[in-house]
Design a binder for this molecule. Structure first.
Ligand SMILES: NC(=O)c1ccc[n+]([C@@H]2O[C@H](COP(=O)([O-])OP(=O)(O)OC[C@H]3O[C@@H](n4cnc5c(N)ncnc54)[C@H](OP(=O)(O)O)[C@@H]3O)[C@@H](O)[C@H]2O)c1
Length: 162
C-alpha cells in the first residue's frame, strides 16, 4: 500500500519559502502515529527542511538527482522508480512530499492522509496536486477546533482510492 501524507490548506497550499505553512503540534503527533515503522519517501528539499535530519523509527528515502548527496540514516535514490523499488518490501509506505514528489507519484497513491487546514495562505508558493474527490472514498474524518497550541481549525481526513 502506497500512501501520501500531507497538510494542505483550503487553497491547496502546502509550503512557503522551503518550509511548512504553520506549526501545528497536533499534526506532528498524528503524522508520527500514522507513519511510525513505515518507510517514508521524500524529495531532497523536504529532507533538507527537517530540523533534525532523518526521522527516527522509519526508513528515510530521499530522492535527488545529485549523485554525491549523502546524509546520516538516509537511503539515497536517484529516481522515483528507484525509491519505489527500495521500499517495495514494505506492506505500507508513505510519500512525504514535497510538491514535486506528490506530483510525480499521485497517480499510483492508494491512500491519502490529508490534514485539511481551514485557513488560506495567500503567500504560499508550493501546492498539492489537484485531486478529484470522486475518485476517493472516505475512510475516516476527524474535525478539530483551534486551541491554544494549534492556531487553526483542522480536519484529519483518510481517503482510499475507489
Ligand atoms: N504540507 C506538507 O505536508 C508538506 C510536506 C512536505 C513538504 N512540504 C513543503 O514542500 C516544499 C518542498 O517541496 P518541493 O516541491 O519544493 O521539493 P521536494 O519535492 O521536497 O524536493 C524536490 C527535489 O527532489 C528531487 N527530485 C524530485 N523529483 C526527482 C526525480 N524524479 N528524480 C530525482 N530527484 C528528484 C530533486 O532534488 P535535487 O535538486 O537534489 O536533484 C528536487 O529538487 C517545502 O516548502 C516543504 O516545507 C509540505
Amino acid at each position: 500500500m502506497l500512501g501520501a501524507i500531507v497538510v494542505v490548506a483550503e487553497n491547496g497550499a502546502i509550503g512557503y519559502n522551503g518550509g511548512l505553512l504553520c506549526h501545528l503540534p497536533a499534526d506532528l503527533k498524528h503524522f508520527k502515529e500514522v507513519t511510525m515503522g513505515c518507510p517514508i519517501i521524500m524529495g531532497r528539499r523536504t529532507f533538507e527542511s527537517l530540523p533534525k535530519g532523518a526521522l527516527p523509527g522509519r526508513k528515510n528515502v530521499v530522492v535527488t538527482h545529485n549523485a554525491s548527496f549523502h546524509a546520516d540514516n538516509v537511503t539515497v535514490c536517484h529516481s522515483v522508480d528507484e525509491a519505489m523499488a527500495a521500499t517495495a518490501d514494505a506492506e505500507r509506505r508513505f510519500v512525504l512530499g514535497g510538491a514535486q514528489l506528490y506530483a510525480s507519484t499521485i497517480h499510483c497513491i492508494d491512500e491519502l492522509f490529508l490534514t485539511l487546514l481551514h485557513a488560506d495562505f495567500p503567500e504560499a508558493d508550493t501546492f498539492f496536486p489537484t485531486i478529484d474527490f470522486s475518485e476517493w472514498e472516505e475512510v475516516s474524518r476527524e474535525a478539530h477546533s483551534a486551541d491554544e497550541r494549534n492556531p487553526f481549525d483542522y480536519t484529519f481526513l483518510h481517503l482510499k482510492r475507489r
